[in-house]
Design a protein around this ligand. Sequence first.
Ligand code: ADP
Length: 397
Amino acid sequence: MSHTIDNPTLVLNCGSSSIKYALISEDNQTRITGLAENLGLDTARIKHTDLDGEKQEINIAGGSHKLALQKILALLEKYKPIAVGHRVVHGGREFSEAVKVTPHVLEEVKRLKVLAPLHNPANALGIEAVNAIYPDLPQVVVFDTAFHQTMPPVAYRYAIPKALYDEEKVRRYGFHGTSHAYVSDRASTLTSATGKHGWLTAHLGNGCSAAAIYDGKSLDTSMGITPLEGLMMGTRSGDVDPGLHIHLKRTLDMSLEEIDTMLNKQSGLLGVSGLSNDMRTIEQAANEGNADAKLALEMFCYRAGKYLASLSCALPEFTGIVFTGGIGENSDLIRRNILEVMRHFNIKIDNDKNAALIRGNEGSFHHADSQLELWVIPTDEEFRIAQETREALGMAD
Ligand code: ADP
């Protein structure tokens, strides 16, 4: 194995108590990854795997984002990163592409915490910490919302008073942008279909979203002003009647905060099954005859299929469907069940190919006479962020 990593970009995903990192070579052939977790707690630690495969766990009890980043940058210093790309959750209406960090951009990331209260402040902490340690290292922010900024108003506006859009930026933004961008791009490279391509992409992980992408541009997506709208997810409800809030207030005197927590953390697969947010556990329990797990699984697939069918309305032409995320990449059962919901689209699945597409395999699984192409494409958000970082800095080929 090689012990160098050429012109690497460091990709950082700073959460409220964790930092995921990946150092990626320019040709995307070599990668070092790691995770700092439990930040701020006694159990704070960094799990690092070096280029030669050697694993280490570094105890940083009580360590902050800054301390963790000091250690991470020290571990990576010898590989001489040329730039840092940060995944930032919300770019609001202001950002439709990746941008180089300037004092103004940093202020905007902080100001947009009104739209992402948990995430944007952690992202800003990461930018400041790198700045304090390596002030000369160029940094770029890559927004989860940016790819969806090409949506037309008919898709992004809510049917509520105009002033809320004009003055408060209340609109649909969409998330998982780097993942939808990566897998649709890849599908367009892999397909033999000529002309412009129209894809529906289904990112099914703990968080789940779908997007309609035509000629490389997002035209609609299932998530909204927050990542709660749309599909049923691991612990998130997805769409509910907005009247549910007032109903729960009236009948149970629940506060808005309690309802928000319930819809984000106690719903979805976990809420319906009463068992778990993990699809593997749900599939196993459903197999063993657990009725609640069976319903959770059926609801997940029905709602995903229904959403994909409705998103097809956004596409001028419909080339095919791309599955990604932990569930989309691994579960042939879920893929088949979702496609069975879309029974009027003349989709023909090659069952053997579908069954073989697990554990990071990339490929198609449609029959030659299927009206739509079907693809599994493992997402690679880190690679996409590294690529956009180099582009934003004018370092791309
Ligand atoms: P995140 O959204 O946190 O990045 P992932 O994309 O890793 O999450 O997806 C996590 C989900 O993928 C979990 O629900 C997990 O059960 C599911 N998953 C992983 N492997 C399989 C599998 N073999 N079969 C079904 N579901 C799987």
